[in-house]
Design a protein around this ligand. Sequence first.
Ligand SMILES: Nc1ncnc2c1ncn2[C@@H]1O[C@H](COP(=O)(O)OP(=O)(O)OP(=O)(O)O)[C@@H](O)[C@H]1O
Length: 266
Amino acid sequence: MLQIEGLTRRFGAKIAVDGVSLAVPAGQMVGVIGRSGAGKSTMLRMVNRLTDPCEGRVRFEGTDVTALRGRALRDWRMRCAMIFQQFNLVQRLDVLTNVLVGRLNRRPLMTSLLRMFTAEERAMALAALDRFDLAETALQRADTLSGGQQQRVAIARALLQEPRIILADEPIASLDPRNSRTVMDALRGVNREGITVLVNLHDLATARDYCDRIVALNAGRIVFDGPPAALTAARIREVYGVTEEEFAEEAAAAVGAPPPRHAVPA
Ligand SMILES: Nc1ncnc2c1ncn2[C@@H]1O[C@H](COP(=O)(O)OP(=O)(O)OP(=O)(O)O)[C@@H](O)[C@H]1O
């Protein structure tokens, strides 16, 4: 169980996340939505401790993640893998090495520095690539792959961390619809094996299709938390004061994604 309790983050006078509390049972897939600047990225980054909260706590299975330092903090970051909009692969390295990077924090410093990996780790990396139909690309440079392939490599890299949680911050915002589906299918697949997934999404239709639960933020606060079916177009209008079409177009523009082709009917 991941517990977020009264989490708050200010940047100067601006409150990015404002007293958010959320309990996420193990194995749930949670879609986080909201307009630009609602605080979605900041919330995810506080769970991973890339950003520290001003107030509040994150607990995982009873451990106060907010208080972790040094080795314990590095261990937490390994257990809580991040996926980013821009994939964050090392473009000039081959795909297999990019996936093996997921092991680096798990190993003694010296072997990490030398990028020495065991045969077992290489087999793990190949297996992770294979499950996403990417084994044949293992020796290609990362920059020869399509965006959707690169994002699946990033998920394979995350899996090598043997994470309990995957935090994905707009993982499909740079992808076309077909690649978006392969990436969301990959995330859903690993979630079904028991990994908790928190995913920031600008696209409501995707959040509805793939997530068990949707959390909507507005100005740093939770304004909706429930099953996808309860997030109707009428509810969107109620919590955001815009139509679903307007919400979709604005959210897509904020992340540089193409405008949605079909709005969901009211
Ligand atoms: N490092 C920072 N310094 C100053 N302000 C920040 C910083 N990070 C975020 N903010 C501000 O905090 C608010 C929430 O930002 P955040 O990126 O979490 O929102 P978001 O919901 O992910 O929006 P978007 O989809 O546009 O990225 C915004 O007003 C943003 O400008």
